[in-house]
Design a binder for this molecule. Structure first.
Ligand code: 4AD
Ligand code: MG
Length: 464
């Protein structure tokens, strides 16, 4: 009998008992007796599986042997109220079709409770687990919430290029893009590689940030945001760094650093409350299985105003703390995750926004303060995460920006167009970048960034 498939989430949320329904999904478990089999079926639409009750006398015994963990099946049957605990509805199977078997001898997801490390090695299958189903549904809802937020604010989604010739952060950790024969590249007369013969006619790379082009958008459309992949070839093997990660970068004309901080705080609170509202079952699952304080922490961030202080004040607190840090702390030092987390988790017990960093440890484009030493940058620091957002008011003055570019010996070849904006109708403006995976880490309570993106890219790993 042909019936339209219903997603399990709809059956469980709004069950029409007594109707014949059709579900399709993957078998999580099968148990039972000689007379009856109970199959937990999951189709990815919810953390909850639906129970299929199979009266064995009504089916071919041999055919049913194909219903094992991991197999994909279609079931038509009667939707009835469930007798079992914790289940609202179950299906009494009338017709079963096996789309694809999964041989128990070789299907890797057999026993319950695989470690996250093991699941990383089989990243091509891990979305089939309850944990990763929950994480990737939350990831989706967060992406949606982000677009929703900026759209409501009147910001435009501005698509910045992934391939560029510039280094947006001036940090030099880029992946090169080339079609030259790397074993035998064309050379100039002086023996250097001749990039004028390369595909783009210049040295080019994957972008580390959409900010520079984003600023051009803000200088025309007023408020924009980017949301796309960014790439960093830094050899950081930490639980918070990926070589390919997604970044959200709003950029807004006529904003100063205070407007920027207000936006960052409001934005984060919006997406967190959106997740609590729209991903309730998944967050509750993760709270139960991985992090009993997760929901409490999310609500705590929603309720409390972020503490704002300068880098200089932050360093003073760290110096006076008497705590022994792995990396020494002094004015001028780039703060490490341990320092950031001390401020957030031990000292203030609250999210923190640090501002006015030494110019030496921040990017060239940040607005310079009158003290000649600091710039109007801001980092938002979160419990368990450390830096979740980095941003600044931008240097809008042509001469000051040029001075900084020269001080740092940066080449104008790939930057002239950016500098030009300061000549043609410059305006005060500001923006920031949110690391999407760090946000997903925070909201799922996971502790390793490799577990919140479907296919992580890290040093020595680009599998799947
Ligand atoms: O602080 P970052 O480097 O700032 C920028 O790229 C600016 N252009 C942003 C802007 O002002 N428009 O990066 C921004 C955020 C960090 O706070 C962090 O959350 C995340 O991006 N991030 C990473 N996330 C995962 N893996 C990495 N390797 C990351 N590097 C930065
Ligand atoms: Mg940063």
């Amino acid at each position: 009998m042909e019936i339209k498939r219903t997603r399990i989430v709809e059956l469980l949320n709004n069950p029409q008992f007594g109707e014949i329904v059709c579900v399709k999904g993957w078998v999580r478990t099968r148990r039972g007796s000689k007379q009856v089999a109970f199959v937990a079926l999951n189709d990815g639409s919810t953390i909850h599986s639906i129970q299929i009750v199979v009266d064995l006398a009504q089916f071919d015994e041999e055919y049913l042997k194909g219903i094992t963990t991991g197999a994909c099946i279609r079931v038509n049957g009667l939707l009835v109220e469930s007798q079992g605990q914790g289940q609202s509805a179950e299906i009494q199977a009338e017709e079963i079709e096996i789309y694809g078997k999964a041989d128990p001898a070789t299907y890797p997801l057999q026993k319950k409770g695989h470690s996250l490390e093991f699941l990383r090695e089989i990243a091509y299958l891990r979305p089939r687990t309850n944990t990763f189903g929950a994480i990737f549904r939350i990831r989706h809802h967060l992406a949606f919430a982000i677009h929703d937020y900026f759209n409501k604010q009147g910001f435009y989604y501005f698509h910045t290029p992934l391939i560029t010739a510039s280094d947006a952060e001036g940090a030099g950790s880029m992946f090169q893009v080339t079609t030259l024969d790397v074993d035998n590249p064309p050379r100039t007369e002086t023996g250097k590689v001749d990039y004028s013969q390369d595909f783009f006619g210049s040295h080019s790379n994957l972008t580390v940030s959409g900010q520079l082009e984003g600023e051009l958008g803000a200088m025309a459309l007023g408020g924009i945001y980017t949301f796309g992949p960014t790439f960093r070839a830094e050899n950081s093997n930490t639980p918070r760094h990926l070589a390919e990660f997604w970044m959200i970068e709003p950029e807004i004309a006529f904003y100063d650093i205070n407007d920027n901080m207000n936006l960052a705080e409001d934005f984060l609170k919006y997406v967190i409350s959106y997740a609590l509202e729209h991903c309730k079952d998944d967050i509750e699952f993760l709270n139960k299985m991985y992090d009993n304080e997760l929901i409490e922490r999310l609500n705590f961030v929603l309720k409390n105003k972020f503490v704002r202080l300068t880098y200089t004040e932050g360093v003073e607190i760290l110096e006076k703390s008497g705590k022994k840090f792995e990396f020494p702390v002094y004015w001028g030092a780039d703060l490490q995750s341990e320092h950031e987390r001390y401020l957030v988790e031990d000292h203030f017990n609250c999210p923190v926004i640090l501002t006015d960093y030494p110019k030496e440890i921040k990017s060239f484009y940040m607005k310079q303060n009158d003290d000649g030493k600091t710039v109007r940058g801001m980092d938002v620091l979160f419990p368990k995460i450390g830096e979740i957002i980095g941003g600044s008011e931008r240097e809008a003055d042509y001469d000051k920006l040029m001075n900084r570019v020269n001080e740092l010996n940066m080449s104008l070849d790939s930057l002239w167009w950016y500098i030009d904006t300061r000549k043609f109708g410059t305006a005060p403006h500001a923006g920031f970048g949110l690391g999407f995976e760090r946000l997903v880490l925070f909201i799922t309570g996971m502790t390793n960034i490799r577990d919140v993106i479907p296919f992580p890219r890290t040093p020595k790993n680009a599998e799947f």
